[in-house]
Design a protein around this ligand. Structure first.
Ligand code: GLN
Length: 491
């Protein structure tokens, strides 16, 4: 029943009384019970809460109330996003005993639409990673091929939608973390414009880049989820009052068909796996045949994006992660034997000892970034690294500004690779970082990016392509994404 469900179909079926919200929620919970032990996409499932929320939707429907667009839609939330009363670990040992005391801004908006919150999804620890393998609670597996990674860091959110364990979900994208797992799992993922969605109640990784974004089975569903969570929140000073028009969910086809799409030469380079290249080339041809103008462009500072990202990101991480001292959000381990006298006979600070002991619970990747970040921010190095990276960031943003004078949207591959094998890159941080090469410039420029599954022959691994638009022009890339779905639907 839920296999072919989309948000639109769900709404229609609910209205026509083909099923109740409770029945659908039960079906998703059953699927979670059946598949999660193998996939490890959820860290926390709130069956009781979800069933209660679904019952409320059915009751409102029975009273003849007009329901909001997402009423009864079962969704999953990345574990770095807070849901009041549920455990929020951020996939880290250091928050093993932390329960959220308030709802994140985006969760409040989903609640206002009466969406059903199924639970919290697995991810790379504090959203650092590209494969989902950096979780302290074990990796998530790719539902399309259990020997492969689902992509990270929002691994569980993508896998949950791909495996029918949620009808939609939320993740965060600081450098790739919505688009990459969407591409690897064969679902749609939208990295939203910086400032378009509240980050109140979202564990901060890199505050100048972090954004919340939706996963869905098709582009229209992603648009519906995005519209629900977008908008100003007084609790996030960076959230923007930008109003999105109706064309976000109902494309203006006349306008979409007149858009020009740019292909940046820096994104079609050697090193792209042949199958990825072939599939993305076919996507370009599909657009051409649909009447979209295609133009070659250049984003000359692309080659500097990865280095810039890996200065700015660790710098901000080292500051943001200082709050996890093992005390404020619950102790990670209780050690009754707190020695006050060191081996040298000196009295030691019990508190300092406690901090050191608890911060040792960070996994390898957060530790690596905290150390890197502390280094690049340290006196004498700040100008050489951090300040310089900020200047290069401006050049990267300008590249896009120049490109958008010539084209309305930009098309690129999401990853140069197909989903890789579990364990293949865990011991090679640089190879892992390189997965994001086609995505991070978007974040550095604060732009939106949509990952859309391309058509692949049956039995082949999923391949996503990326559409990038100017700030707050999500409607254009969502429209283009839907155009691709429509033109390939009957092939
Ligand atoms: N893979 C990238 C990183 O590890 C992106 C993370 C993200 O977008 N949250 O930094």
């Amino acid at each position: 029943m839920i296999k072919d469900l989309t948000i639109t179909k769900f709404r229609d079926g609910l209205r026509r009384k083909e099923f109740s919200a409770l029945e659908i929620t039960r079906a998703y919970l059953q699927e979670i019970e059946r598949r999660n032990p193998e996939l490890n996409a959820y860290l926390t499932v709130d069956s009781e809460g979800a069933l209660r929320q679904a019952e409320e939707v059915d009751a409102a429907l029975a009273r003849g109330e007009e329901l909001p667009p997402l009423a009864g839609v079962p969704v999953a939330i990345k574990d770095i996003i807070l849901i009041k009363g549920l455990r929020a670990t951020g996939a880290s040992k250091i928050l093993e005993h932390y329960t959220a005391s308030y709802d994140a801004g985006c969760v409040k908006k989903l609640r206002a639409q009466q969406a059903v919150l199924l639970g919290k999804t697995n991810c790379d620890e504090f959203a650092m990673g590209s494969s989902g393998e950096n979780s302290a609670y074990g990796p998530t597996k790719n539902p399309r091929d259990l020997t492969r990674v689902p992509g990270g860091s929002s691994s569980g959110s993508a896998a949950a939608v791909a495996a029918d364990m949620a009808l939609g979900s939320l993740g965060t994208d600081t450098g790739s973390s919505v688009r990459l797992p969407a591409s690897f799992c064969g679902v749609v993922g939208l990295r939203t414009t910086y400032g378009s969605v509240s980050r109140s109640g979202v564990m901060a990784m890199t505050s100048s880049l972090d954004q919340v974004g939706p996963f869905a089975k098709n582009v229209e569903d992603a648009a519906l989820l995005f519209r629900a969570i977008a908008g100003r929140d007084p609790l996030d000073a960076t959230s923007n009052p930008q109003e999105y028009g109706e064309d976000l969910v109902r494309p203006d086809w006349e306008k979409i068909k007149k858009l020009t799409v740019g292909l940046p030469k820096e994104y079609f380079i050697d090193g792209i796996e042949p199958e990825v290249r072939k599939v993305v080339t076919e996507v370009v041809e599909t657009y051409r045949r649909a009447g979209i103008k295609i133009k070659d462009i250049s984003l000359p500072h692309t080659k500097d994006a990865l280095a810039t990202y890996y200065i700015i990101v660790p710098a901000e991480i080292s500051a943001n992660l200082a709050r996890y001292d093992g005390i404020r959000y619950g102790r990670t381990q209780i050690n009754a034997d707190k020695t006050q006298i060191g081996a040298d006979g000196q009295r030691k600070s019990a508190l300092l000892d406690l901090y050191f002991q608890d911060r040792a619970n960070f996994g390898a990747e957060p530790k690596r970034r905290i150390m890197l970040g502390t280094f690049v921010l340290s006196s004498g190095y700040y100008d050489a690294y951090y300040a310089k990276a900020q200047r290069v960031r401006t050049l990267i943003r300008r590249d896009f500004e120049e490109a958008f004078k010539q084209v309305d949207a930009i098309l690129t591959p999401v990853s140069p690779h197909l989903p890789f094998k579990l364990g293949e890159k865990v011991n090679d941080p640089l190879a892992m970082y390189l997965e994001d090469i086609f995505m991070i410039a978007v974040n550095l420029a604060g732009l939106p990016g949509l990952s859309v599954p391309a058509r692949v022959p049956p039995g082949h691994l999923p391949v996503g392509f990326q559409l990038i638009s100017p700030h707050f022009r999500e409607a254009d890339i969502l429209g283009l994404g839907r155009l691709h779905e429509m033109t390939t639907a009957n092939q």
